[in-house]
Design a protein around this ligand. Structure first.
Ligand code: SF4
Length: 735
C-alpha cells in the first residue's frame, strides 16, 4: 500500500487514510485529500491486491460531510413532533434538559419507562452500540429493543444448525468454487464484503458457473450469472427442499458427510419424501409454489450435488420474509447433503453475520466488543433477574417491530410497563421500521423524545431535543474487515464540523451531568490503542498511518474447516457436537412455525391469501445502490445514480395502463405512496420492488411522497424474531 508516502504533507494538501464502514457489509480504504482543514476530494485504494476499493457511497462521502441537511447544533423542538421546526440551543442547555428528563422520567415512572432505540450507523468499536447502554445502565437501566432488522432469521437459523455465528469464508475463497449459486444475493449493489465482486469476476473468468435465483434480474445477475432463475418471494425453502428431494431420489448426497458430521438427516428425509405427511416434495410440488419450472429445479439440484466444490451463497433477502428461518435452515441442510461445508470452494450457506463480519475470526470477538448493547455484555438493572433469553431477546425488552404498539399500549397491551421516554441514537426508525404510520402516531404520544443524529431525518423531526453527531471523518475509531482479514483505522480526517460530537462524547457529557463517576476508565486514545493491540497489531502508530493492518493468511479462512478436518477434537458448538439438521432445542421449544427440521411453511400474505383479490402484487424491498439502509438518501451525487421508483414488470404495468415514468400510487391497508413507476422486464410478473431505505415524507393527507417502503410493510415477526420486509401484498395504480 502506498498510503504512508502519500500521507505526507505535499504543498498545502495532505492525504489522510481512513476506513469507511457504513454498515453496508463493506469496509473500504478511503484516501481523503484535505486542504486548509477541509476535504477537497476522496480517492480509494490503488495499491497492492487485494485492494480495499471503496464504492460510490464512500467516494461521495465529501457531500455527506458537508451536506446542508446535517444537524449542526443542538436543537429544541418548536413545532409539533414530526413537523421538523426547531430552534438552536447551547450544548449546555441541551445536555441539562436531557439529563433532567432522564432523571424525571426514571424517578416518576421507573427506569423501564425509558426506551433506548439504537441501530448500527457505522460498524465501529467505540461509537456504535456501547456508549448509551453504558450510560443508562449506570443510571438505573432502561428498556432495550431487540430484533435484528437485517438478518435475524439467518442468525437464529445459524445458531440452531451450527451453534455459531461465524459461518462465512473469506471472500477470496470464492475463486476456488466451480459452481456458485447466488440465492437472493446482490453484492453488485449491497457489496457484502469489500471486493466481493472482484472475486466473483475472477472466479467467472477462471471458468466457474454462476446461477442466480432472484425475483429480480439484479445488477449481480446481469453482470455475473450464467443462468437466472426467477422465484416467487417467500417460497425459497420449497425450492431448496425439492432440490433435496432430487438429491435423495437420485442418491447424489454425501452419505459419509451426513453420517460423520450431522444429526437428524433421517427425519428430514422422511419429510422430503412425504413419509411424514404424505406429500412428496417433488420438483412439481415446488413448481406450484415457487413458479420455478420443475426441470430447472431438478437440473440445479444435480449440478449442486455433482460439481465440487460448490458454494451456495444464501443471501439474506429471502430470509427477510415470514418463516425465513426455514429457507436458511434448508440451505444449510442442502450444503451438508452435498458435503460443501468446511472445504475450500464450498460454503456453509448460512449467512449469519453475512453483512457484518463473515470470515476471519478476529483475536478480539467483534460480537462481544462491538455489540455490547445488543449481545448482553452490559448489565442492565432493569433486566436483572428477569426472563430467560430467547435468541437475542431478554425480558423485558420490546421487539423493534412492536415499538409503536408498546408505546401506544404499554401495560394494557401486555408489555412490561408504560413507556414515557424514547432515546433514539443513530437509528432512523421513522423509515426503517415497519408500519411507519403507526410508529409516527406512537412517537407523538410520548412525554419526551431525544434523537442524536447526523441528519435531519424523518426520525430527527420527532425529537424534543435533537443532538448533532459527527461523521466518522470527524472522529477516531476502529473497524474490522468484512470477508478480508484486516483491522481498519478510522482516522479523524478533519475537526468536528459545527457543534457535532461523537456518540461517545455525548454519552460522556451526559454522564458528567448526571454525576456518574468512572464512566470511562481510560481516555479515548488509550481505549482505542488497547483494543487494537489486543487484536495482535504490532505497531499502533504504523497502523494509524497506513489505515489498515492486514493479517497474513497462508490460505483463505474457511468456516468449520477444523470441525470437518478433525471432528473428534473439534466438535461443532451445538448440543450434539454436530450440524443439527434436526434441532432438539427447537423440538423442546415446540414453538409454532419453528419445526425441528427445516420445512416449507407458507407465509402470511402469500399469493394464496384471500387479500390477494384486493392487493395482487407481492412486494419486495431490496437494498439499493445509492443507499446503505437509509443512510446517504439525501446525497445529490448518489441520487443521480438511480431514481426511487416502484419496479414493475411490463406485463403487470400494461394490464394497469402504466407506462415507464408514470406517477403511480402503491398501496395496501397499511399505507400508500406516490412514486414513479419503473416498467421493466428485470422483475418477474406478480412482484414489485420498492427499494428499502427511502426517507418517509408524508404529505398533508398522510400519503408518502418519499417512497418509504415501510409504509406498506407490516410488523409481522417471523417466529425466531426476524423481520419480514419482503413479505407483503400491494396494488399499484396509475394516477
Ligand atoms: S459504503 Fe460500504 S462499500 Fe461503499 S465505501 Fe463505504 S464501506 Fe465501502
Amino acid at each position: 500500500m502506498k498510503v504512508s508516502r502519500e500521507n505526507q504533507i505535499t504543498g498545502i494538501e495532505k492525504v489522510v487514510p481512513t476506513v469507511c464502514a457504513s454498515h453496508c457489509g463493506g469496509s473500504c480504504l478511503l484516501k481523503v485529500h484535505v486542504k486548509d482543514g477541509a476535504i477537497t476530494r476522496i480517492e480509494t485504494d490503488d495499491g497492492e491486491e487485494p485492494q480495499l476499493r471503496a464504492c460510490w457511497r464512500g467516494r461521495a462521502y465529501r457531500q455527506r460531510v458537508y451536506a446542508p441537511d446535517r444537524v449542526r447544533y443542538p436543537m429544541r423542538r418548536t413545532g409539533s413532533r414530526g413537523e421538523g421546526r426547531f430552534e438552536r440551543i447551547s450544548w449546555s442547555e441541551a445536555l441539562d434538559t436531557v439529563a433532567s428528563e432522564l432523571k424525571r422520567v426514571r424517578g416518576t415512572y421507573g427506569p423501564a419507562s425509558i426506551i433506548l432505540s439504537q441501530m448500527a450507523g457505522d460498524i465501529a468499536f467505540l461509537n456504535q452500540f456501547g456508549p448509551m447502554p453504558r450510560l443508562l445502565n449506570m443510571t438505573g437501566g432502561y428498556t432495550g429493543v431487540w430484533g435484528i432488522t437485517s438478518f435475524g432469521q439467518g442468525v437464529s437459523a445459524s445458531l440452531y444448525t451450527y451453534g455459531s455465528l461465524l459461518t462465512g469464508n473469506n471472500r477470496d475463497d470464492l475463486m476456488n468454487s466451480k459452481l456458485m449459486i447466488l440465492w437472493g444475493w446482490n453484492p453488485a449493489c449491497t457489496i457484502c464484503g469489500t471486493n466481493t465482486c472482484w472475486y466473483l469476476a475472477q472466479a467467472r473468468e477462471a471458468g466457474a458457473r454462476i446461477v442466480a435465483i432472484d425475483p429480480k434480474h439484479t445488477d449481480t445477475v446481469a453482470t455475473f450469472a450464467d443462468q437466472w432463475i426467477p422465484i416467487r418471494p417467500g417460497t425459497d425453502a420449497a425450492m431448496i427442499i425439492a432440490m433435496a428431494y432430487v438429491t435423495i431420489m437420485e442418491k447424489l448426497y454425501d452419505e459419509d458427510f451426513l453420517t460423520t458430521y450431522t444429526v437428524g438427516f433421517d427425519s428430514f428425509r422422511d419429510y422430503v419424501l412425504g413419509i411424514e405427511d404424505g406429500v412428496p416434495k417433488t420438483p412439481s410440488w415446488a413448481e406450484e409454489i415457487t413458479g420455478v419450472p420443475s426441470r430447472a429445479i431438478a437440473e440445479l439440484a444435480r449440478e449442486y450435488a455433482t460439481i465440487k466444490p460448490a458454494a451456495l451463497m444464501a443471501g439474506i433477502a429471502p430470509g427477510r420474509t415470514a418463516y425465513g428461518e426455514q429457507y436458511h435452515r434448508a440451505a444449510m441442510t442442502l450444503a451438508a447433503m452435498t458435503g460443501n461445508i468446511g472445504i475450500h470452494g464450498g460454503d456453509a450457506a448460512a449467512r449469519a453475520w453475512e453483512s457484518v463480519f463473515p470470515g476471519y475470526p478476529y483475536p478480539v470477538d467483534p460480537m462481544t466488543e462491538i455489540f455490547p448493547g445488543l449481545v448482553g455484555a452490559v448489565l442492565n438493572p432493569v433486566e436483572e433477574g428477569l426472563g430467560a433469553a430467547d435468541g437475542f431477546f431478554r425480558e423485558p425488552q420490546v421487539h423493534r417491530a412492536n415499538l409503536a404498539d408498546a408505546i401506544l399500549k404499554g401495560k394494557s397491551g401486555g408489555y412490561f410497563t408504560d413507556y414515557k421516554m424514547l432515546y433514539i441514537a443513530h437509528s432512523n426508525d421513522v423509515t426503517q421500521l415497519p408500519n411507519i404510520n403507526t410508529l409516527a402516531r406512537a412517537l407523538r404520544s410520548l412525554e419526551f423524545v431525544v434523537v442524536q443524529e447526523q441528519f435531519m431525518t424523518p426520525t430527527a423531526k420527532f425529537a424534543d431535543i435533537l443532538l448533532p453527531v459527527s461523521t466518522f471523518m470527524e472522529r477516531n475509531d476502529v473497524t474490522y474487515g468484512v470477508g478480508t482479514a484486516f483491522i481498519g483505522a478510522m482516522n479523524r480526517v478533519i475537526e468536528p464540523l459545527w457543534e457535532s460530537k461523537s456518540p461517545l462524547e455525548i454519552a460522556t457529557a451526559l454522564a458528567e451531568r448526571m454525576g456518574i463517576e468512572g464512566f470511562l476508565d481510560r481516555e479515548e486514545p488509550q481505549i482505542l490503542e488497547d483494543f487494537v493491540k489486543r487484536n495482535n497489531v504490532p505497531d499502533y502508530a504504523a497502523f494509524r498511518e497506513q489505515g489498515t493492518y492486514r493479517y497474513k493468511l497462508l490460505e483463505p479462512y474457511i468456516a468449520f474447516q477444523t470441525e470437518i478436518e478433525n471432528p473428534l477434537n473439534n466438535p461443532f458448538p451445538t448440543a450434539s457436537g454436530r450440524i443439527e439438521i434436526y434441532s432438539q432445542q427447537l423440538a423442546d421449544a415446540n414453538k409454532p412455525g419453528l419445526p425441528p427440521i427445516p420445512k416449507y411453511i407458507e407465509s402470511w400474505e402469500s399469493v394464496n391469501d384471500p387479500v390477494v383479490k384486493r392487493y395482487p402484487l407481492q412486494l419486495i424491498t431490496t437494498h439499493f445502490k445509492r443507499r446503505t439502509l437509509s443512510q446517504f438518501d439525501s446525497i445529490p451525487w448518489l441520487r443521480e445514480l438511480e431514481e426511487q421508483a416502484v419496479m414493475i414488470s411490463k406485463e403487470d404495468a400494461h394490464s394497469r395502463g402504466i407506462n415507464d415514468g408514470d406517477m403511480v400510487r402503491v398501496f395496501n391497508d397499511r399505507g400508500q405512496m406516490v412514486i414513479p413507476a419503473s416498467v421493466t422486464e428485470r422483475i418477474m410478473p406478480g412482484v414489485v420492488d420498492v427499494p428499502h431505505g427511502a426517507w418517509y415524507e408524508p404529505d398533508e393527507r398522510g400519503v408518502d411522497r418519499g417512497g418509504c417502503a415501510n409504509v406498506l410493510v407490516g410488523n409481522g415477526i417471523s417466529p425466531s424474531g426476524g423481520f419480514a420486509y419482503n413479505t407483503g401484498l400491494v396494488e399499484v395504480e396509475r394516477l
